[in-house]
Design a binder for this molecule. Sequence first.
Ligand code: FES
Ligand SMILES: [Fe+2]
Length: 453
Amino acid sequence: MAYDGPRIDLSDRVDDRAETDHEFRLHRSIFEDEDIFDAEMEFCFEKLWNFLCHDSQVPNTGDYYATHIGSQPVFVHRQEDGSVKAFINACSHRGAIITPFKQGNAKTLTCRFHAWSYKCSGECIGIKNEEGGYGTDFDRSQYNLTEIAEIGEYRGFIFGALTDEVPTLDEHLGESKFFIDLFADQSPDGLEMVKGSQTYVCDHDWKVQADNVTDGYHVSTVHRNFMHTIQAREAREGADGLMKTEVGRIKGDVKNGMYYLGNGHMCIWADRSSPEGAPLAPATAYIEKNFDAIKAHWMLRRGRNIIIFPNLVLNDLASTHLRTHRPLAPGKCEVTIWCIAPKGEPDDARFARLRKFEDFFLVSGLSTSDDVVSLDTAQEGFYGSEAGWNNYDRGLSTMKAGPDEEAKKAGINPELHCASWDYEAAFVGWYRNWRKLVEEGTRDAEKPAVAAE
Ligand code: FES
Ligand SMILES: [Fe+2]
């Protein structure tokens, strides 16, 4: 889409005095404003790299996976030479979505509407009743599917961009690559998306969904019910080894931290209180043999939650999951979640990983539902914008530029860090990046700036 709203100046909606006064506030209207939403769709999604799918979702020639970049439906298609291409998911005739399912295999795609057909290269190869229905100057080659401008892969994670005016994928991912590697290196055979996923629509803005990923502060309240339920269950039934669910992290009594990594990527981490229950525990010997002690510690004994801007979440805590979020409207977004796991892991490890994935996550789990309700009620409160501002001051007196000791040891260089995973410094970096994208993206708009509310 081409943004045609007003120039947006957020100076009276972002109160950024983080370094000077340890104050960072956001006006609640940013979570329900139509112009801001339109600008976000273009400048935070459609003009950037987006995560599309994992290569294990399209392993064979003809495998496709349908998703979105912002408002644009797109799909990834594995080519005959093993490469992947991605296309706008719209038939060249009259626009119908061309993939029959969200995910499947088809070397030729035939449109459900009037049966035009396309090779997996996007070439239009068939037009029903072409002869006689169209003039002699009809040129079928004008009707190939529209390929998107950029597609790239990092360690099995496939990203795409609608424009070639993006930095390289390597530049975009920047410091987040360290955290992707912590996943990708878990098995010599790579990772797989475990079959099955859930998609749910939330009555809250995508930014709230995104910042929940690194909001350690909510965990001990919103997930207290989870913690008590698990503790009671383990006391009643017993749970050892891989089946043990750690609760020390939720209580916050382990070493932890928070980073803003740059380019909108951010992360929280915490050491595991019971590493023997970590999903990767059975691979300890392999990990310790193949990686240095610091990386092995991050992989085996330190849980992590990371968001790769704008739409990818990687979570390695009690279980492991990959999640995407998609804005639908101001105050509305769609979330999809999968369990992602090392290929070839032992059955008992996969069993424990899946049971813990179900326990905490999924809409039927004990925690995702609590998150969604909390975020939905926050969105409801945002409509009371007369009350003004959200506060993100927590721990800002400890916010510092650059790496902390743990990041230095790992060789990563966050732009910001703070002393605890339940502080809010990463949000300062995240919302500064968001503000820059929205303001710079709309700078050339001809209409006047949005008036302050
Ligand atoms: S819309 Fe696809 S063939 Fe008509
Ligand atoms: Fe949560």
